[in-house]
Write a protein that binds this ligand. Structure first.
Ligand SMILES: [Zn+2]
Ligand SMILES: [Zn+2]
Length: 104
């Protein structure tokens, strides 16, 4: 099924538990952390981002692709992208139009 447009931003919430047990903080998340070893995502509000910085290998402002299936972390841009919407491919084809028609 073709994608019609970028998916709507998901409502991630801060999973930090101030007392190390439920309930979670639950504030809207503004930060996305990734732990490469376990390949887990951590989300947090502004107040608890210090905890994510402690646990995660990379921390960046929550973006529209964060946490979506198939999204990848881009080291250069320091954010998550969906490969389908990678702007660099469009830019490449625009700069090298013969590449787009190479298979015809
Ligand atoms: Zn929080
Ligand atoms: Zn992200």
């Amino acid at each position: 099924m073709p994608r019609i447009g970028p998916p709507a931003k998901q409502a991630w919430t801060c999973a930090h538990m101030p007392d190390l047990q439920p309930p979670e903080c639950g504030e809207p998340a503004n930060w996305h952390g990734i732990h490469w070893g376990q390949f887990v995502s951590l989300y947090s509000c502004d107040e608890h981002v210090w905890k994510v910085r402690e646990l995660a290998d990379v921390v960046h402002p929550l973006g529209s692709a964060c946490g979506l299936p198939g999204s990848v972390y881009d080291d250069e841009l320091e954010t998550c992208l969906l490969p389908d919407t990678d702007p660099s491919l469009d830019a490449l084809l625009a700069a090298e139009p013969e590449l787009a028609g190479a298979s015809r």
